[in-house]
Design a protein around this ligand. Structure first.
Ligand code: HEC
Length: 371
């Protein structure tokens, strides 16, 4: 079966209300709104037979022995009697009403009454509930997949095995550009097997997400790498931290460049703090740490308006004090604002009797860094 037909089938199964619990707001209200509320809704002026179907009180109310809905009881529910009626003087909605009920809609209403005909308040006042993860881990990689797997199994379908990477790339390329991939792209794609890119919330996955957001014109994107801070076990831990961040960061830069987006995207990278060069804790060959050092630390910028391949500033041999070209955080902020087209001296607001700005009364452009 072709791919599109298969996923369409899965969608149909998922949206079919016949299996599973029906919800008033999601499954029932839209039907009643189209076909009944004109004459049995909130508007008293056009209400017929004194019957309201938009509230539970109205629907359950006794009208001289008839009740539109008797929860769980199809025979006693006048609503069911009326919508399945063949007599044109009795059937609801009346035959000349522009919106008629389909067979599926009639069955949905029937099912709902049988399930108890429960009404729900306005969705905005219903506290959201976290869905329980269903299904098994036999197929798929994340929580959403487990829901899909459950529905597929219910419908007697077996999921296809994952397509080969060549096929995935071909589909992606045809979707995005309408052309098959070129050989170089294929080489890069086939060699890129890091499991990190699929782990939700990993720095690598965040880099991919950031690229996608940038492609979609999101103006400001902040991405994190978790767990940077460590004061012990450096020889081992630092290697892990660098492998988590270096390759994905380079990947993000490459992707932006390849798409011609680096020219108008500014990338700013910063670690948590500066670090001392000397040891924190007991020094052994395999295990030592380093403390925070606020006096000097390194950051880099790339992209829009930034001069390429230069380093500014220098510390002493112990990385303790700054010897050359000190740059204050205010300077950095002034420069970032400048690159975003904002003059940091003019972006002010009045507070407690004086003008305040993001760089307070400090900050000068780092002219050397501008291209
Ligand atoms: C265009 C107006 C109109 C629409 C739309 C309409 N109804 Fe009615 N309905 C009436 C009128 C008029 C009556 C009173 C006459 C009668 O009993 O047939 C009535 C009566 C009823 C009654 C009986 C009330 C009683 O106490 O005897 C029920 C139940 C009912 N409608 C259900 C529905 C349902 C369910 C829908 C939507 C699927 C619907 N109606 C759509 C006009 C409408």
């Amino acid at each position: 079966m072709p791919r599109s037909a298969k996923s369409l089938l899965a969608l149909l199964v998922i949206s079919c209300p016949a299996n599973g619990e029906l919800h008033f707001n999601r499954d029932i209200r839209p039907i009643l709104a189209d076909t009944c509320f004109n004459c049995h809704g909130v508007d008293e002026g056009s209400r017929k037979a004194g019957l309201r179907l938009d509230t539970a009180e109205g629907a359950y109310e006794n009208h001289d022995g008839f009740r539109a809905i008797v929860p769980g009881d199809l025979k006693e529910s006048e609503l069911i009697y009326r919508i399945f009626n063949e007599d044109e003087d009795e059937v609801m909605p009346p035959p000349d009403h522009p919106h008629q009920l389909s067979k599926t809609q009639k069955n949905t209403l029937k099912q709902w009454v049988l399930q108890g005909g429960k009404y729900e308040g306005h969705w905005a006042f219903i506290p959201p509930e976290k869905a329980r993860i269903v299904g098994s881990s036999k197929w798929g990689e994340n929580a959403i997949d487990s829901f899909i797997f459950k529905k597929l199994t219910e419908a007697g379908l077996t999921p296809q095995p994952e397509a080969s990477r060549e096929t995935l790339l071909r589909r992606l390329s045809l979707d995005l550009t309408g052309l098959p991939p070129i050989l170089d792209e294929q080489k890069i794609f086939l060699n890129d097997k890091s499991p990190e890119v699929k782990k939700p919330g990993s720095y690598a996955a965040n880099c991919l997400l950031a690229r996608r957001l940038a492609e979609r014109d999101v103006r400001f994107i902040q991405l994190f790498h978790q767990g940077w801070d460590h004061h012990g076990g450096l020889p081992k831990a630092l290697k892990g931290q660098c492998s988590d961040t270096d390759h994905p960061t380079a990947g993000l830069l490459t992707d932006l460049k390849q798409r011609g987006m680096l020219e108008d995207t500014l990338l700013v990278w910063g670690g948590e703090f500066g670090r001392t060069t000397y040891c924190q804790g007991k020094l052994t060959r395999e295990n030592y740490g380093r403390d925070h050092h606020p006096k000097c630390f390194s950051m880099w910028m790339a992209g829009a308006g930034i001069k390429k391949g230069i380093t500014i500033g220098k510390t002493d041999d112990y990385c303790y004090n700054i010897l050359e070209d000190p740059i204050h955080v205010h300077d950095l902020n002034a420069t970032i604002l400048h690159l975003l087209g904002v003059d940091h001296e003019r972006l002010t607001y009045r507070f407690q009797g004086r003008q305040f700005r993001l760089t307070d009364v400090h900050g000068k452009l780092i002219k050397k860094a501008l291209s």
